[in-house]
Design a protein around this ligand. Sequence first.
Ligand code: NDP
Length: 492
Amino acid sequence: MIDVGPFIDGEELSDGGGEQCDVLNPATGQVIARQSCCDDACVDRIVQSSALAFASDDWRSLAPAARGAILLRLADLVEQKADELAEIELEDVGKPIAQLRGGEIPLTAAIIRFYAGAADKLEGRVKTSEGGHFALTLYEPYGVVAGILPWNYPLVNAAMKVAPALAAGNTIVLKPSIETPLSTLAFARLVIEAGTPKGVVNVVVGSGSKAGNALVSHRAVGKISFTGSTEVGQHIQKLAAEQMKMVNLECGGKNAIVVFDDADLERAANAALISGFVNCGQLCVSCSRLLVQESIRDEFLALLKGKAGKLVVGDPRDEATLIGPMITRSQYETALGYLQTATSEGCQVLCGGGRLELPGPLAGGFWIEPTILGGVKPGMKVHDEEIFGPVLSTVTFRDEAEAVQISNAVEYGLSGSVWTANGQRALRMVRALDTGIVWVNTMLTGYPQIPVPPHKMSGTGVELGMEGLLAYCRRKSAMLGYDDGAPVGWGL
Ligand code: NDP
């Protein structure tokens, strides 16, 4: 059991002035840490520190390449401390160790390296305009950014916000979820070890409704980058509108993986399983709606069920484990509630369907069986709403037109995946799906170079890729006159 608190000017405070909250290991339900949350005065102090750091010569005088060099050291440190970070994330989020070592830690380093290399590639634009002027458009940092992190991928999301924010010259205050603060605090310590001036990355801890709200509505915050639910995203957008702040919102998804009858069914089934069940279904871009062409329904579902029988759910410390627990009791109960709804809506449970009882210390964890539902139809709650649990809903379609219609028939628009051997159909599907990214004969690939701009109720703005760097820059134009003979005003 450890005690943690907010992180300011390179140091962790033992007292944030607010309430004390427990941090649980979701695999066991045991308390692993106690955090001292920030009150409003503490949030104010932290934002003021970030504003001072932004104005300081230590930060402002650093050339973009020097900021890139700091980020490169940070990426190296993430790799050097991989075991330590993996242990923290395993305990705090219940992530399977193999997923951390083989996926999230390398991805965190890769995101940081991508933006390290991009720091000195930011270029403005120059135009010659009529009347003896050059017109320049410059990209500048906003100042203090608020980075609100979700609990499903805390470390990766910290990198996704810190790396482009710093590459563009901003300072940033992170607010991890009250459920998962530990890796964010460890990451902030590495940021300092990498040579970042104090105050450039600070961390507010506490609940979203108190500390998070105080952070995003602070006048000295110039830009907000949020990842979480659509409902909270909308709330933050309204707050930001009152102060004319720029926001980036990466919110919910209810994405479709579409399998046509000419697809490589083995590969498509593997894609559907990882998409439905990775991180226990708690990934906004994964596809939890499986759309299967009617003609191959029975064959494909039999294949899928056979493979689902091989999924290993259990102890995150076991190298063979593929799926860990739900993050919190509340998410666990929400997902179980959806399973009851599915039955009352007339869906069939093809596999799984309920809570999972595990022995020993894992008995207190938040475990659910990976579940495949059949007979799902648009309009049902389990089809239309984001469950954010290990539930794959299967829907059948007759032809391409119906596949498009069902795919787009939800309010979200984050991602989609299409499986077909027909190249022209694949291109038509890319055009037709109303989502920020479409994978064709592949699944969950592309980071960190590829931007993912959410469509519809999935959010606004863009993260990742070079466009994700520009999202941390405001624009400024300058007109430079070079013709002494050009008329000025009324020429009086
Ligand atoms: P939330 O949107 O409540 O939480 C996301 C982050 O926002 C957390 O850090 C949270 O803090 C913070 N937050 C909450 N309220 C405010 C506020 N008023 N001002 C500033 N920050 C705030 O998501 P939940 O944790 O409740 O998850 C619910 C649903 O959200 C999931 O079922 C899923 O649909 C979606 N979700 C999507 C994610 C994605 O990757 N796009 C990630 C996580 C969830 P705290 O947790 O401390 O309250």
